[in-house]
Ligand binder design. Structure first.
Ligand code: NAD
Ligand code: DAU
Length: 339
């Protein structure tokens, strides 16, 4: 099979490419990535010479370019990771989120219709369900939970999901959608909570916790997410949505304390800053459907995953220090300077 992986120079897409090349040497992977601020070609350096791998710098909104690549490569499967993915950036500038996350998805699906495809898989998020209250630990997101978005980011992802389901119903496009909870692991861009806190702690910089730090996220090690998508591609039912999550709910403040402890840094670095606008309180996935139908379960306990993640950031300082020395510095100053 030839599999197109869009957004493969980012965090989850790159981990997915490593997983697929390792587990399915019979498949060929073509990575399409625009290389935005979040895409990093150095992340893919270990697979660049693999004969089963090709990298193409391409914007998924570029219809001509996408069609040309379909004509050249005849993909059997498309897995769409490409997206603007950071909630805070979407609050500052929603437009690019609508372009890439909605219109880019449409271009890819139009190409799939035009050239034929076995499967189009949309990598979505639990954020499409909005949030849950902290005082109702009995509530979880199922695939039947109504869409109820909070941020421009989640609204753009939800719009794309609706479009994907519409292409299935209207044109019979063979689609699947996965909605995953918060990922962590190697190669995550240091604007997201866990890598940002690791990098700041290592540099003895303040650790900016939004609000009271009581917001809850359901953390999943990235490799477990990749395995779940792989399983959906091979065994998932066309037209279906699958929630992916780890039953690993944690408060932000507790994560930051764990990082301080693991790195031997004082909790006095923790600084409470102005809350995120529209900040979702709690995410919690019910992964019963993917377990029941596809036999998937998370394999990495949080204690192991966070230890591996911290070790990776310690061993790969050049990767994230290069990012911190570039244009990301201006973003950081803008977002956290007067917060
Ligand atoms: P990321 O920001 O690390 O990577 C996104 C990648 O997409 C980058 O390589 C970027 O260059 C590329 N890209 C952006 N716009 C593009 C365009 N127009 N054309 C081609 N490439 C483009 O994101 P991530 O955290 O790896 O998330 C990947 C996907 O998974 C996203 O769709 C996101 O919504 C979803 N998701 C993420 C999480 C999470 O916790 N990170 C959880 C659930 C779902
Ligand atoms: O749930 C899945 C989603 O998880 C994905 O769809 C998104 O692409 C991904 O970015 C992530 O969204 P979050 O907004 O939950 O992740 P983030 O790492 O930005 O923030 C996690 C929590 O930590 C959130 O409650 C906000 C808080 N936070 C974040 C940052 C960056 C802080 O307190 N301080 C910070 O500096």
């Amino acid at each position: 099979m030839t599999i197109f992986v869009t957004g493969g120079a980012g965090f989850i897409g790159s981990n997915f490419i490593f997983h697929m090349l390792d587990r399915h040497p019979e498949d060929r992977i073509v990575c399409l990535d625009k290389l935005t601020y979040a895409g990093n070609l150095s992340t893919l350096s270990s697979v660049m010479d693999n004969p089963n791998f090709r990298f193409v710098k391409l914007d998924i909104c570029d219809r001509e370019g996408v069609y040309r690549l379909f004509e050249e490569e005849h993909p059997d499967v498309v897995v769409n990771f490409a997206a603007e993915s950071h909630v805070d950036r979407s609050i500052e500038n929603p437009e690019i989120f609508l372009q890439t996350n909605i219109l880019g998805t449409q271009v890819l699906m139009d190409a799939c219709r035009k050239y034929g495809i076995q499967r189009f898989h949309q990598v979505s998020t639990d954020e499409v369900y909005g949030d849950l209250p902290l005082d109702r630990p009995d509530l979880f997101f199922t695939e039947e939970t109504p869409i109820r978005t909070s941020s421009p980011y989640s609204a753009s992802k939800a719009s794309a999901d609706l479009l994907v389901l519409a292409y299935h119903r209207t044109y019979g496009l063979p689609v699947t959608i996965s909605r995953c909870s918060n990922n962590y692991g190697p190669y995550q861009f240091p604007e997201k909570l866990i890598p940002l806190m690791i990098a700041n702690a290592l540099n003895d910089k303040p650790l900016p916790v939004y609000g009271k730090g009581e917001n809850v996220r359901d953390w999943l090690y990235v490799e477990d997410h990749c395995k779940a998508i792989d399983r959906i591609l091979r065994k998932g039912r066309v037209g279906e949505v699958y929630n992916i999550g780890g039953h690993n709910e944690m408060r932000n403040i507790d994560i930051v304390r764990i990082i301080c402890k693991a790195l031997g840094k004082p909790e006095s670095l923790i600084t409470y800053v102005t809350d995120r606008k529209g900040h979702d309180m709690r995410y919690a996935i019910d992964p019963a459907k993917i377990h029941r139908e596809l036999g998937w379960l998370p394999e990495t306990p949080f204690a192991d995953g966070i230890r591996k993640t911290i070790a990776w950031y310690l061993e790969n300082r050049t990767w994230w220090e290069t990012i911190l020395s570039g244009e990301y510095r201006d973003y950081y100053e803008k977002m956290y300077g007067n917060r």
